[in-house]
Design a protein around this ligand. Structure first.
Ligand SMILES: C[S@@+](CC[C@H](N)C(=O)[O-])C[C@H]1O[C@@H](n2cnc3c(N)ncnc32)[C@H](O)[C@@H]1O
Length: 438
């Protein structure tokens, strides 16, 4: 029997659950991207703790959507009709609050039932209560982390990394650690470590990454000492390693060809503000984020909105000493952070990305001074986008040769180095460093 209490979004946690369910409905049922949906949804929640919870719910679901769908299929006599995507998303969000998030069962069940009423689905309050109570009693059936990946992508991964494939799937389904980058302009990493300790935030240091601190538990950025003042940034360890691969000399002219949202541009400038930096991105809205990042950190670069490969439109002909191509890619190394990328990716997207990467490599090589350094990096784990892409480029360019990188940058992979997701707590990443004949 359905109850007749009035629905209220003011009840504890209801607005949070509905915000999360709206995002999940859009991503799971309407092929929208998490990145596009999450920001606007979170901005409706004034309390940072509610925002953190809504985000955690969305990520927990999207790391294993098949697991929750299979649970609903097994436990419901009749699936919810297509038009009831929001109600379905609420149920799935309820299951994820129990496992893996481990919220107190009473709070998770009560808030989800109340949310169902608040979206005008009071007739499903009893069903919601029964399904979630069953999950509390029996546990949510375990999922298979491989099920998250489309078959064509699994074929690539299992061909490229036959021994590591299961580790890749498992690591991609697990929440990543939060990594910080201390801003050298504002003091040493040790000085920032002391401030974290004083604030009661637990962390470890990584010997291979001079600016990095790895938090024991993720925290809202607003609670980090000096975040608003630019004393620290959030950036995965693998992304931080790029500055050590490029290593430009003081006052070098540096090009960051695919720069948004600006993490690596900012890191390079924090290391050495004498660099003359040009940062390009094809998406003007994302380039604005580079601007925001640099302003928060008090850094300067020349920003260009445009297609980096179309060099006649933005290059004045003065060569760069160092070029960073952090290329658009399948993002298969960061599925734990952006789990929706594999839900929506099609094989034809990969072909388009491979062509774009080759076009960017060929065009940007012309902007590098003889003797200069070119770094190609991706957050992909597919060898077609990484070692094989660079090897094909070297075959086209007799004036390019790959330089060895050491084990700080991962395992050897053809002409570069590869980190697989989760290794040493890092995102999956590939690096190759090329030198132009002088
Ligand atoms: C991997 S992300 C870069 C991340 C960035 N380097 C950072 O550390 O914050 C790739 C970027 O390439 C941009 N992009 C894609 N095609 C491009 C092109 N033809 N020219 C310039 N930028 C492009 C995308 O908009 C995206 O922001």
């Amino acid at each position: 029997m359905t109850e007749r209490r009035p629905a209220s979004t003011a009840a504890p946690g209801v607005a949070t659950r509905i915000a999360a369910a709206r995002v999940l409905d859009a991503v799971l049922h309407r092929h929208r991207s998490l990145r596009a949906e999450l920001g606007p949804a979170l901005s409706t929640l004034p309390d940072p703790r509610d925002r953190a919870l809504a985000e955690a719910i969305c990520l927990a679901v999207l790391r294993a959507p098949q697991r929750y769908a299979a649970t609903l299929d097994a436990w419901m006599a009749k699936p919810l009709p297509q038009r009831d995507g929001l109600a379905r998303a609420l149920l799935i969000a309820g299951l994820a609050q129990l496992d893996p998030l481990g919220l107190p069962a009473h709070a998770a069940v009560a808030a989800t039932v109340e949310s169902m009423r608040a979206i005008g689905q009071a007739h499903r309050a009893g069903l919601t209560n029964a399904l979630l109570r069953r999950a509390v009693r029996e546990g949510v059936p375990a999922g298979d982390p491989r099920a998250h990946w489309p078959g064509w992508l699994r074929s690539h991964i299992e061909a490229d990394w036959p021994i590591d494939a299961d580790m890749i799937y498992a690591a991609s389904a697990a929440p990543p650690p939060m990594w910080l980058r201390a801003n050298r302009r504002r003091g040493t990493r040790d000085a920032y470590a002391t401030r974290l300790t004083e604030a009661g935030v637990e962390f470890t240091l990584d010997d291979d990454l001079p600016d990095a601190l790895r938090l024991a538990q993720a925290v809202p950025v607003a609670t980090l000492p000096g975040f608003a003042e630019g004393d620290v940034s959030v950036q995965d360890a693998s992304a931080q390693a790029v500055a050590d691969v490029l290593m430009p000399r003081p006052r070098a002219r540096v090009l960051d060809a695919c720069a948004a949202p600006g993490g690596k541009t900012a890191h390079l400038l924090e290391r050495d503000p004498t660099l003359s930096m040009t940062a390009i991105d094809v998406e003007p809205a994302r380039l604005q984020q580079v601007d925001g990042t640099l302003q928060r950190l008090g850094l300067q670069a020349r920003l260009v909105a445009g297609d980096a490969a179309d060099i006649d439109t933005w290059w004045d002909g003065t060569p760069f000493d160092a070029v960073l191509l952090d290329a658009p890619c399948s993002a298969t190394g960061i599925v734990r952070r952006q789990p929706d990328v594999v839900l929506h990716r099609r094989e034809s997207d990969l072909a388009a990305l491979l062509a774009l990467q080759a076009r960017l490599l060929d065009a940007l090589w012309a902007t590098l001074v003889p003797g200069g350094t070119f770094v190609y990096a991706t957050c992909s784990i597919l060898q077609d986008e990484n070692a094989r892409q660079v090897e094909a480029f070297l075959g086209r360019r007799p004036d390019a040769r790959a330089e060895p990188l050491d084990a700080r940058f991962g395992r050897e992979s053809g002409v570069g180095r590869q980190v697989l997701p989760g290794e040493r707590g890092r995102d999956g990443f590939f690096y190759a460093r090329l030198r132009k004949a002088g």
